[in-house]
Write a protein that binds this ligand. Structure first.
Ligand SMILES: Nc1ncnc2c1ncn2[C@@H]1O[C@H](COP(=O)(O)OP(=O)(O)OP(=O)(O)O)[C@@H](O)[C@H]1O
Ligand SMILES: [Mn+2]
Length: 311
């Protein structure tokens, strides 16, 4: 979406009700994208102290006044229609999913959506897209190597850029974030090319997170479990978020209540918030198991805050 002041944002419309859980027969790669997941992922990433997801905010949009009547895309205007119950819908033009069957509909003209801050244009700030070493196979029949080889991390650790610096612990942070929000769709992550290899990661596309609250997906934690490495700053933050006064679900609830869409309905339902606390316990237990399996704490804990005193 482009604004009159030339600002841009990436818009994802609401596709699914907040209380709906992803159908158990759907593979992760067929799941819908959820606008509230994009918003909640931004908040969670910030609460974890990572700040690798560009800001995302919710908006209730009037599809006639704020899209149809002001767009300069004349083709888009021709795709607006009224649904049988009188809601205003549109589908735009693209190669897949741009048809009346996959239209986006207002109620009757109001549409919820997420707006992500647009990163600088690729011509100004080129980004490198990195395939995650723990990428899923995106197939109903094939397994990825990490699913069958329990020594997989040893290979990753020897492969640049994971063989030095913080890249490996960055990917492990990413797996903790994804496990907490149950995102199985992290096929890639990005970096700004200008900053070389010693730089922070960027996590775009979080729309398939927060699909199920009643089930956890342990395989998302494979990088942590297989490598038994974690940043000390991450561990300290997770510990803090396990304490009653800073309970992750409470901090998330408070943070999400500041989003404009919270006035329509809470961004995450209570079962999703409790799932965060349950999954955080699982992460803490995984780190505990690693510490027990290793002789020295420093084998497991990557000390990235050396001037901060040990507990
Ligand atoms: N905040 C952003 N700023 C700039 N570009 C972005 C932003 N978020 C996503 N993109 C780019 O837009 C494209 C599509 O975004 P996204 O992956 O979220 O949508 P998608 O519908 O899930 O697409 P895909 O099927 O490719 O995963 C990606 O190439 C991504 O690099
Ligand atoms: Mn995607």
């Amino acid at each position: 979406m482009s604004f009159p002041n030339y600002g841009q944002a990436l818009f994802k419309p609401m596709k699914q009700e907040r209380h709906e859980e992803t159908n158990v027969n759907l593979y992760y790669f067929s799941d819908f994208e959820r606008h509230n997941a994009e918003i909640a992922a931004f908040h969670l990433d910030r609460i974890l102290g990572f700040r690798r997801i560009p800001p995302v905010i919710g908006r209730l949009i009037n599809v006639i006044k704020e899209i149809k009547e002001v767009t300069t895309d004349h083709k888009l205007v021709t795709t607006f229609f009224n649904s049988p119950v009188g809601n205003t819908c549109f589908h735009g033009h693209c190669s897949y999913y741009c048809s009346t069957e996959h239209a986006v509909c207002g109620r009757p003209i109001k549409l919820e959506g997420s707006l992500a801050v647009m990163l600088p244009d690729l011509s100004l700030a080129p980004r490198h897209s990195w395939r995650s070493p723990w990428r899923r196979s995106y197939s109903r029949t094939n397994q990825a190597e990490w699913e069958t080889n329990s020594n997989y991390c040893d290979t990753v650790k020897q492969t640049p850029p994971y063989d030095r610096g913080t890249r490996l612990v960055d990917v492990i942070d990413m797996s903790i974030l994804d496990f907490l929000m149950s995102n199985m769709d992290r096929h890639h992550y990005e970096t700004f090319e200008k900053f070389g290899n010693d730089t922070f990661l960027i996590h775009l596309d979080n729309g398939r997170a927060f699909g199920r609250h009643s089930k956890d997906e342990p395989s998302i934690l494979a990088p942590l479990v297989q490598c038994c490495r974690v940043r000390r700053s991450t561990l300290l933050r997770l510990r803090l978020l396990s304490l009653p006064p800073y309970r992750l679900s409470d901090v998330m609830r408070a943070s999400l209540s500041r989003d404009p869409l919270a006035e329509v309905a809470p961004l995450l339902t209570e079962p999703h918030l409790s799932a965060l606390d349950r999954r955080l316990e699982t992460v803490m237990q995984a780190i505990q198991d690693c510490l027990q399996q290793h002789q020295h704490h420093s084998d497991v804990i990557y000390d990235d805050i050396m001037d901060y005193p040990q507990a």
